[in-house]
Design a protein around this ligand. Structure first.
Ligand SMILES: [Zn+2]
Length: 181
């Protein structure tokens, strides 16, 4: 078997094969963690993905920084641009649940820091629940002006608009603000 796969593609079931380099399992399925060619050793039942690059898919405990690509009351999806401080071009997204649907944790295009928790059914789940995690940069939702962080949100000095956010202790301290221009 020699096939080209993309990150997240299914390679086989855990009961049937074992995952080698550039793979991960989501509890049921062995999946590719990077793009490349699949190698399956039929004798050892070991599968791995050959590629020229280092593993670029986030793992549990990794810190990722990206921009909010989708926002729902229950969750946000974040396009990952940095993995543990290094630029990441895998194009992978992760999602982060919002436990309190009445509060806004981040809006579209906000730059946020998250910590990876699990891979589940091909989806990468992350948390925003540490002080250094959360929004690194955002703008006023009313006038698009720059805002100042409050304890549980932001305030716009320009128009006075206030709104919820899960603010990171690193708000506006990093260079990642240039992700959103
Ligand atoms: Zn404003």
């Amino acid at each position: 078997m020699t096939d080209f796969v993309m990150p997240g593609d299914k390679l086989g079931l855990i009961e049937e094969i074992e995952g080698g380099p550039n793979t991960f399992d989501d509890g049921e399925t062995i999946r590719a963690s990077s793009a490349g060619m699949v190698d399956l050793d039929k004798k050892s039942r070991l599968v791995h993905v050959r590629n020229g690059r280092q593993l670029s898919i986030p793992k549990k405990g990794d810190i990722v920084i990206g921009t909010v690509a989708m926002m729902l009351p229950s969750m946000i999806a974040v396009a990952i641009h940095y993995l543990n401080g290094k630029p990441n071009s895998s194009g992978v997204e992760c999602i982060c649940q919002n436990p309190d649907r009445k509060r806004i944790i981040a809006r579209m295009n906000d730059v946020v820091a998250l910590k990876i928790e699990t891979h589940l059914n091909g989806t990468i789940h992350a948390t925003i629940d540490d002080p250094e995690l959360g929004v690194l940069f955002t703008k006023c939702n009313a006038c698009s002006g720059n805002v100042v962080p409050l304890r549980n949100g932001v305030k716009c000095p320009n128009c006075g608009y206030m709104e919820d956010r899960k603010i990171s202790t690193n708000y506006e301290k990093s260079d990642f603000v240039k992700l959103r221009d």
